[in-house]
Design a binder for this molecule. Structure first.
Ligand SMILES: [Zn+2]
Length: 337
């Protein structure tokens, strides 16, 4: 059962669009954040230029932290990102985009990011729900925000969607950074268990929190009870699905070493209460299936979380990226006990 069949809802379509598409630039995240904000205000339509302002400012703020385009990305002087770089300092000083930046955003959004947002990677297909439609004439375009967008932006789960969007943005822009990006793409990410942050292996600097980085791939559900985790109400814990204390009990597997239980593949957000109840028991079959499904979903997202999981499989003698490998691997770890 793949990601979209697991939960076929506007929220899962949103996650497919934000978490799973290919990324050569970060425009999609800036658009996603601007759309969520506009819909959260209860608007059903917005002038393109009013959506373009927060979109452009989101990108400009991120430009100060990391590159917003992959090293391979080509661009010319009229490229929106080139304009954003030129206009960044002045826009930040003003607290709103300069006229030139705004005009470039209004011009490029309908042609670029807004045409691609709903696309699924490499399949010529789109996610099953639409979040907006661009209408109106060229001089004053209007963006109609769909009911599906309004529902997700105004639900209790909206803060989770924002958190995972911002985590994905951090992960992707870090993978674009010279030096660090290469190591992330080649070696995957590490986890700092003290702070529960995903870090790059080279600098050991935090990129984003484990919970925000992976919760979207498990549909915002607790790995133990499979109920929604509601931000602001539920206390969240990061569970070792196979308890860490099992490390010394595991016999070496196919790769000659025992699987690392302190790694992304085995860590999952849960309700703190469920985590406390679970204590040190091994995962039950339903939890193992959910963990495998979650990891299969991550394998469909681009670097570097996918790379991290791929390396886990390889180091343990499971070569290749066949769909369904995680079900075999999780059972294999259970059998090592
Ligand atoms: Zn729970």
């Amino acid at each position: 059962m793949d990601f979209s069949h697991w939960e076929r809802s506007p929220r899962s379509s949103w996650r497919m669009a934000v978490l799973m598409g290919a990324n050569s630039r970060t425009y999609k995240f800036a658009l996603g954040a601007a759309l969520l904000d506009a819909a959260a205000e209860g608007r059903s339509e917005i002038l393109l230029r009013d959506l373009a302002a927060p979109y452009a400012m989101g990108l400009v703020r991120h430009l100060g932290q990391a590159p917003q385009v992959s090293q391979k990305g080509e661009r010319g002087e009229k490229d929106f990102l080139s304009v954003a770089e030129r206009e960044a300092a002045e826009s930040l000083r003003l607290g709103s985009p300069t006229e030139e930046l705004l005009a470039a955003a209004v011009d490029s959004m309908p042609r670029m990011v807004m045409r691609k947002f709903h696309n699924l990677r490499g399949e010529g297909a789109e996610v099953p729900h639409r979040f907006y439609e661009v209408t109106g004439r060229s001089h004053e375009k209007v963006v109609r925000l769909s009911k599906e967008l309004s529902d997700i932006a105004r639900s209790e789960q909206a803060p989770t969607l924002r958190g995972e969007l911002s985590a994905r943005w951090s992960i992707v822009e870090t993978s674009f950074a010279a030096g660090i990006g290469r190591s992330l793409i080649d070696e995957g990410v590490a986890v700092d268990m003290t702070t529960l942050q995903i870090t790059d292996r080279r600098r050991r600097r935090p990129v984003t929190g484990v919970t925000d980085a992976v919760i979207g791939f498990q549909h915002g559900l607790c790995m133990i009870c499979a109920e929604l985790i509601t931000p602001g109400i539920d206390v969240i814990a990061v569970d070792h699905v196979f308890p860490y204390s099992f490390m010394r009990l595991l016999r070496p597997g196919g790769g000659g070493t025992a699987p690392d239980l302190d790694a992304v593949w085995n860590l999952a957000p849960t309700h703190a209460w469920c985590n406390g109840q679970k204590s040190n028991r091994p995962p039950v079959p339903a939890e193992m299936i959910r963990l495998a499904q979650r990891n299969e979903a991550i394998m469909r997202s681009p670097h570097p979380l996918k790379k991290t999981l791929k390396l886990t499989l390889e180091h343990n003698g499971h070569k290749g990226t066949r769909p369904g490998q995680w079900f075999t691997f999780v059972q294999h770890v259970r059998d090592l006990l």
